[in-house]
Ligand binder design. Sequence first.
Ligand code: TNX
Length: 497
Amino acid sequence: MPTDKPTPIGSVIPLPASAKATGGTFVLTATADIYVEPGTAGLMSIGQYLKEKLAPATGHRLEVLETTGPPPASGNIYLTTSGGDPALGEEGYELTVTPDSVAVVAAQPAGLFRGLQTIRQLLPPSIESSTVQPGPWEIPTGKIRDYPRFAWRGIMLDVARHFVRVDEVKRTIDLMAIYKLNRFHMHLSDDQGWRLMINSWPKLATYGGSTEVGGGRGGYYTQADYSEIVAYAQSRYITVVPEIDMPGHTNAALASYAELNCDGKAPPLYTGVEVGFSSLCIDKEITFAFVEDVIREIAALTPGPYLHIGGDETHSTSPADYVRFIDRVQTIVQAHGKQMVGWEEIAHGNLSPASIAQHWHSDQARTAAQQGAKVIMSPASRAYLDMKYDASTPLGLNWAGYVDVKQAYTWDPATQVTGVSESDVLGVEAPLWSETIQTIEDVEFMTFPRLPGYAEIGWSPETGRSWDEYRTRLAAQGPRLAALGVNFYRSPLVPWP
Ligand code: TNX
């Protein structure tokens, strides 16, 4: 099979910081085992994860064993944090492949986990098949020393406009892990739906979550569901960033509790796609009791340091009210031990340097940076997964233009917004808004093949990145995505095999 060759060592996506091929071949045979160093929490599970990824296609038994010091160099895989260079940081790793062994050394378990994704990609694409394939399971020999450019590399799923089930969320998390992404932002509330049970305000979910865009059944996550998602992401060294959008985009909440409305009257549920018509009532104290309860419950369920409060498109909130609201919410978020993240409009408020603004379409991100806040880059014209690839794309929107695979790849987060420089930028995130996205197949079609490009922009050094070179590496991902059963868009810009 011409397409089932191992990936050359310098062809991995995201491109490693440095890679040197040595021209030989390692073969993963039926006698191979996975050895991990005892003593560091998480290593055994990382070994198990690798085994689960390699077992179906190889049919090999692959045991996960503990070892002190390198295992016998007879075709085994070795994962260790002992001797890991601290300069690699939390997610960096070194991978050494010789004809006899594969070894990943990292300073932290997260680095080992990222390194495993490189091993997966160096194997032939059919390694991703769920049924036994012929192999041979070759890996090119060489040495990779690799670490990310940016700390924040994520995607956002809008589960509010159309609900996404827990098993579908897990699949999405698994796919993002392949490309070493580390932030999973969940847009948990909007005008059309509230998707997380809040015990102190239960109607938010049971009533506010009962429908979605187009009037379908909607749905919500129980707190146990949410915790399951968080733990699943955590086992892949991915941090969940929960978002409750406020003070606008709140019709589902306003419909659930009449007392949250300035006039005390609950509006009907909303299943359209307009934005900017709803607002919490900034003059009512109960609004802040509500916000405090929601933030307290979500903070308690969320081990990660971030809490996203939305803050976008508040066309029905006066500018003065908006600033008052954001400043107060920032205090509440911090009182619950979290860092506030918000869409770039939050820069109208008085941001603490611990807060984070997410750029999407204006120059407010610059105001955020001037206040010392960090910035996440999600420019709609480059990074919005809900933008159509071109005029023929059946799903998606085009208010920010078409975002074909090249447009999605050819930009630099450090020069995207004048006045926001590399040191202000925390990283990159690609949001998938779901007004037109109904099924997991739709999610995959809009996400792939753009996602590997965002992963590379966030992870790899900027120097040397070029579309002409990248498109051939992306093409080689096609058989891999196919083996994974991903419904990806066969963009004509990519020379698929
Ligand atoms: C703008 S981006 C929005 C969303 C929409 C999206 C559609 C942002 C912060 N707000 O409410 O879903 O456009 O592309």
